[in-house]
Ligand binder design. Structure first.
Ligand code: ADP
Length: 608
């Protein structure tokens, strides 16, 4: 293939060819016309001269007086610089200006002579061997009374005219050469100029093609190139704005995907990873950039997910499943798949969304257990009540002592039911107030709270001969809901009394540790086995069910304490040794400038 030639040179050579062609064609035509004009002029002149001497020749031809004719030819010819010849109708030359007529051959065949003999006049231009140059001939017939006597021919060499035309040709060539050179220069200049503009456009377009869409082409002053530059600029603007839109949309999408807590993974039909967001990458410890293009089994080492994605790719609709993964402990992941559709609505893969539902599932479990527990807790006293009521119905109320005992048992179970319902109501109240942030906090003196709680527990304590010792700074205050906090202390003291042996003592201590207030309830009672400690604060959890029931416990006391602590932005912990006693510790923010209001207040937390 020939290498492409530069437009500049194509234009240049075409222009040059056309300019020079036109110049030489016009010149040639002009010179040719001029030569013909001169020749016609000369011919007319020659006819004139022949006709001028015809009246003098004619009498000498009838009869023919050859020497006189020749003498006249020589004389007139010398005067006018013309060669005159006189030819008889048979072609014999009888007179000639330059040579002796006898030396000339028969002239009847000469074209101008033949024409003049036939039609009265004739002309010709040809090379004369006599004169050795081009000669112009004009011949007229000499007639008398319709009788052709002969032909008078005037001839003149063309050397002068040809020399003149030759000079003009040279002059024309010189002028033509100069004009051609000028045209050449101007064409080169214009072509160069255009070439430069085109090169500039080419360079500009190349920069646009390289992606420098901010670059703008300078519009040349010619209409076509200017229009081209403008079109390219408009195209670049349009491309730039579309690119900006695409980038903005991509950034928005990336921002959305990046800030999602859910993991998002797009997979093509060949199980190749198209993209994934940071949350998905974190879940499976992947490098988002590196795994792109890899297949799911290569990148994600989790059989359940591999199987789920393989199945999702075979399913036209959506799929959902819970799977267990180990990541700093057992976590439950909910995975959903949706088919990914291309522009033509064809399935090009699947979109997988992972969400961590560990807490949600645990919550569901807790709620399920809670309902079961509540039902069970309520069912026990209800069954007992029903049993005693039925017995009374069947056997009547004959024996007053027995009847009184049954009614007492029924009353105790009703009391238990009441206690359970009261505790449940209290729990839900704390939860509601905590969630809505409606806890009525006020500055309370710790000592007053302690005295209030001890007051409530005193009868039971005295019953069991248990002394309660209070140790606290009388000035120590904290921001709290006094009713709820006293309830928490009552629950802890009640347990301490319940699970102590008669005669033992219980300590109630309060102290400040900077921003926090620590309240401790310590007993020296039966204590708790270590394995029970993690679940101790769950609703209805009891170490010894029978003992708890005998003591009138609902199994909700510690759950209530925990919720009250959390509603105040604090927490409750326990230390215990079987047989040696327990220490329950409440840690609460002091508030009231010690800590920003609600600083530690967490309105939402798991219900467990
Ligand atoms: P209950 O109404 O049964 O006392 P709680 O929620 O108050 O329910 O307590 C849960 C369980 O924790 C109790 O059943 C008991 O086994 C154990 N417990 C609570 N406080 C003490 C304590 N001071 N000493 C020993 N065991 C305790």
């Amino acid at each position: 293939m020939k290498p492409p030639r530069k437009l500049l040179w194509r234009l240049f050579f075409s222009y040059l060819f056309i300019a020079l062609g036109a110049l030489f064609l016009a010149g040639w035509h002009f010179l040719h016309t001029l030569e013909k004009f001169f020749e016609d002029q000369l011919t007319a002149d020659l006819f004139g001269r022949a006709r001028m001497i015809e009246p003098q020749i004619r009498p000498l031809l009838d009869p023919v007086q050859a020497p006189a004719v020749d003498a006249l030819c020589k004389l007139s010819g010398r005067h006018t610089g013309t060669r005159f010849s006189v030819i008889l109708p048979d072609g014999t030359v009888v007179g000639d200006t330059w040579v002796a007529p006898e030396s000339l051959d028969n002239h009847a065949g000469r074209p101008e002579i033949a024409a003049a003999l036939a039609a009265g006049s004739g002309r010709s231009r040809r090379y004369s061997y006599t004169l050795r140059q081009n000669v112009l001939y004009a011949a007229v017939a000499a007639d008398t009374d319709g009788h052709r006597l002969g032909v008078i021919r005037a001839a003149i060499p063309l050397s002068r005219m040809e020399a003149q035309i030759g000079d003009m040709r040279l002059e024309f060539l010189a002028v033509g050469g100069i004009v051609a050179l000028l045209a050449l220069g101007v064409t080169l200049l214009i072509s160069r100029q255009y070439g430069r503009k085109i090169d500039e456009l080419k360079e500009g377009a190349a920069r646009l093609a390289r992606g420098e869409l901010g670059h703008r082409l300078r519009a040349p002053d010619s209409e076509e190139l200017g229009g081209l530059a403008e079109s390219l600029n408009r195209m670049a603007e349009e491309l730039e704005s579309r690119l900006q839109t695409v980038i903005r949309q991509r950034n928005e999408l990336e921002a959305v995907l990046s800030s999602m807590l859910e993991g998002v993974l797009a997979v093509d039909r060949g199980e190749r990873i198209l993209s994934l967001n940071p949350a998905a990458a974190r879940w499976f410890d992947l490098d988002a950039e590196r795994v792109r293009g890899k297949t799911v089994p290569e990148a994600i080492r989790n059989l359940a997910i591999q199987q789920f994605i393989a199945q999702a790719l075979q399913t036209p609709g959506s799929l959902e499943e819970d799977i267990t993964v180990y990541r700093g402990g057992e976590r439950t992941l909910n995975i959903k798949s949706t088919p990914l559709r291309g522009g033509g609505d064809e399935a090009i893969g699947v979109l997988i969304v992972f969400s961590d539902v560990t807490r949600l599932r645990r919550l569901e479990e807790v709620r399920r257990d809670f309902v079961a527990n509540v039902s069970h807790e309520i069912k026990t006293p209800l069954t007992a009540i029903q049993g005693f009521v039925e017995t009374l119905q069947q056997h009547g109320t004959g024996e007053a002592e027995e009847t009184a005992r049954f009614l007492q048992i029924i009353a105790r179970h009703v009391g238990r039911l009441n206690a359970i319902v009261d505790d449940l109501l209290l729990l839900s109240r704390i939860e509601n107030e905590d969630e809505r942030g409606e806890l009525a906090l006020e500055a309370v003196r710790l000592r007053d709270l302690f005295h209030g709680a001890v007051q409530v527990c005193r009868p039971k304590a005295e019953d069991r001969r248990i002394a309660i010792a209070i140790e606290t700074d009388p000035q120590l205050t904290l921001d709290a809901d006094p009713v709820l906090l006293e309830q928490a202390l009552v629950n802890l003291l009640d347990n301490a009394i319940k699970y102590s042996e008669p005669g033992q003592s219980v300590h109630l201590r309060g102290r400040s540790t900077g921003a926090r207030v620590v309240i401790e309830v310590q007993d020296h009672g039966i204590g708790i086995e270590k394995k029970h400690l993690p679940r101790l604060f769950e609703r209805f959890y009891r170490v010894d069910k029978a003992r708890s029931r005998n003591q009138g416990g609902t199994g909700l006391g510690l759950a209530i304490v925990k919720h009250i602590a959390q509603a105040h932005g604090g927490r409750v912990t326990v230390e215990s040794q079987l047989g040696e006693g327990s220490l329950f510790r409440l840690e609460l923010p002091r508030g009231g400038g010690q800590e920003a209001a609600g600083g530690n207040h967490q309105p939402k937390r798991p219900v467990m």
